[in-house]
Structure formats: structure tokens, C-alpha cells
Design a protein around this ligand. Structure first.
Ligand SMILES: NC(=O)c1ccc[n+]([C@@H]2O[C@H](COP(=O)([O-])OP(=O)(O)OC[C@H]3O[C@@H](n4cnc5c(N)ncnc54)[C@H](O)[C@@H]3O)[C@@H](O)[C@H]2O)c1
Ligand SMILES: CCCCC[C@H](O)/C=C/C=C\C/C=C\C/C=C\CCCC(=O)O
Length: 256
């Protein structure tokens, strides 16, 4: 899939992985709407990208993905600016075991609402041009290995199950849509800062055991998913030890 002229919406784009995904899309010729709850930082990131890639190529919308109305407003602003949506990246997420309800609202409900709104805009059956929806889960979403973070793990299992369920939908071909789930293991971003606040965690030991991805390694997997026209149903894991791997392939739709 050539990204030149395509339009993307990336949630949680002010910093970390969302910022890096946005820049990778911009570098390949896409226009990007950066949505984030952090207003000054999101605006600063967008200004940085506008200076590098052109003023009309990046747009910031302040959006809390746990709010249906803020998500709707984001889609409205994106469509009025760029007229189309081809790539939806539901990336915004938090780690806060002390506030599991808020974490479910952002990590799971935000992804569900963002996906469903994107389907309405992108589906060929509803006047869109098709495209790809990537939901960011975690390796914690396919194996309950992150035993210090049970609620976070629950939200990411939800994201992986939700995304895979969409990819099995027999109408995806007609809709012209692809769904994929990106599951990084620990990656060097600010989300790791609370490590050890709920239970004492030896960060050094964990780093030695599991390793920590650098952001570019995760971006490489992300771009592979965006560009691969055959990737519907992919659940991609990225770990420091084993790099990119695929967890499950979707059922053959012809057998349904
Ligand atoms: N870094 C890791 O180790 C790791 C591993 C696996 C999965 N992930 C997932 O990757 C995604 C990105 O995380 P990151 O590592 O870049 O962390 P990060 O904390 O650097 O970035 C998260 C971004 O999401 C935004 N955000 C938080 N709540 C929001 C809300 N309600 N609405 C809109 N935006 C919101 C933040 O402002 C921030 O810009 C998350 O879903 C996270 O769970 C991260
Ligand atoms: C191997 C799990 C990788 C999950 C990464 C996850 O998406 C991001 C987590 C963000 C913060 C982590 C904070 C605390 C975790 C503490 C320990 C985890 C122990 C890992 C394990 O159980 O193997």
C-alpha cells in the first residue's frame, strides 16, 4: 500500500509510540491527524511535524478517547480538513493499576469506539475508500505474563480479542478494510515510568529477563502492518529478544 496522499488518524500521538508512528506515516507521504488528551504537548509535536513535512500535512485535535463526543468531534474535524480517512491507529493507552475503571475506559472502550467510528467512515459500503485499522495492544494482551499488572493485561486481552473478532467478520472484504493488532513488549517510553508503584518490581531484573524494545523496532513492525495488503487478522508481537513474530492467523473466511 503506497502511503502517499493517504490520511491517517493516530490517537495518543503527542509522545511515545503514537508520535513515532505519526512521523513514520508522514515520512512516507501521508497526512496525519494527531489526537491526544495532552493539549500543549500535542500542539508542540504537531508544529514540529508541520515545520518538517508541511503545514497541511499534520493536524492536532485535543481528544480524550474515553469520551464518545470528543472522538466524534475528532472525526468531524479530520474529515472537514482532509475529506477522507484511510489509516486508523488506536494507540492511546495508560498503565494505572490504581484506577482500573479509567484504564478500561481509555485502553479498551476508547479502542472499541475509535474502531467503530473509523469503520463507519472508511467502509466502502458506506462511501469510504477502505483502508486499515491497527489497534495497539501489548504482549500482555496475548499472554498473562505481565503478572504485576492484571487490570492492564485485561484491557489488552480485550483489545486483541476485539480486533481479531473484527478481522474475522465475513464482510471485511466488501468493506475494503483490514484489521491488525500490534503487540509490543516493553518499549522505551514514558508508560514504563510507574513500574513498581503497585508492587515492588525490580526493573533491572525485568529488563535483563525480557529486554526493552527501542521505539524504531516497533515502528518497523507497525509500517509492515500498514503496507502489507494481506495482513488482515495479523497479531504481531515485537520483543527485544525475538523481534517481530506473528501470534495467530485469521480463519479462512471461505470456510465460514
Ligand atoms: N511502551 C511500552 O512498553 C508498551 C508496550 C506495549 C504496548 N504499549 C502500548 O502502546 C501505546 C502507546 O503507549 P506509549 O508506550 O507510547 O506510552 P506514552 O505514555 O509515551 O504515550 C501514551 C500517549 O497516550 C496519550 N493518552 C493517554 N490517555 C489518553 C486519552 N484518554 N485520550 C487520548 N490520548 C491519551 C498520552 O497523552 C500519551 O501521549 C499504549 O496503548 C500502550 O499500552 C506500550
Ligand atoms: C512482558 C510484558 C510486556 C508488557 C508491556 C506493557 O504493554 C507495558 C507496560 C507498562 C508499564 C509496566 C509497568 C509495570 C510492569 C511491571 C512488571 C511487569 C512484569 C513483566 C512480566 O510479568 O513478565
Amino acid at each position: 500500500m503506497s502511503l502517499s496522499g493517504k490520511v491517517a488518524l493516530v490517537t495518543g500521538a503527542a509522545q511515545g509510540l503514537g508520535k513515532a508512528f505519526s512521523e513514520a506515516l508522514l515520512k512516507r507521504g501521508a497526512k496525519v491527524c494527531l489526537a491526544d488528551v495532552q493539549s500543549p504537548l500535542g500542539e508542540a509535536t504537531t508544529t514540529e511535524f508541520q515545520q518538517e513535512y508541511g503545514k497541511d500535512r499534520a493536524l492536532f485535535v485535543k481528544c480524550d478517547v474515553s469520551s464518545v463526543s470528543e472522538l466524534q468531534t475528532t472525526f468531524t474535524k479530520l474529515l472537514s480538513e482532509y475529506g477522507q480517512l484511510d489509516i486508523m491507529i488506536n494507540n492511546a493507552g495508560i498503565m494505572d493499576e490504581h484506577n482500573p475503571a479509567r484504564m478500561v475506559d481509555i485502553n479498551l472502550t476508547g479502542v472499541i469506539m475509535g474502531t467503530n467510528m473509523a469503520v463507519d467512515v472508511m467502509s466502502k459500503e458506506k462511501g469510504g475508500q477502505g483502508g486499515i485499522i491497527i489497534n495497539v495492544a501489548s504482549t500482555a494482551g496475548i499472554t498473562p505474563r505481565a503478572f504485576f499488572t492484571p487490570a492492564y493485561t485485561g484491557t489488552k486481552f480485550g483489545v486483541a480479542g476485539f480486533t481479531r473478532s473484527w478481522s474475522y467478520n465475513p464482510y471485511v472484504k466488501k468493506m475494503g478494510l483490514r484489521f491488525a493488532c500490534l503487540c509490543p513488549a516493553f518499549t522505551a517510553t514514558d508508560i514504563l515510568n510507574p513500574m513498581g508503584t503497585l508492587y515492588p518490581v525490580d526493573a533491572e531484573k525485568i529488563t535483563q529477563m525480557i529486554g526493552i524494545n527501542e521505539i524504531p523496532a516497533v515502528v518497523a513492525g507497525f509500517i509492515q502492518l500498514v503496507e502489507d495488503e494481506q495482513c488482515n487478522g495479523a497479531v504481531m508481537t515485537i520483543t527485544a529478544q525475538e523481534g517481530i513474530q506473528f501470534y495467530k492467523k485469521p480463519l479462512a473466511l471461505s470456510k465460514m
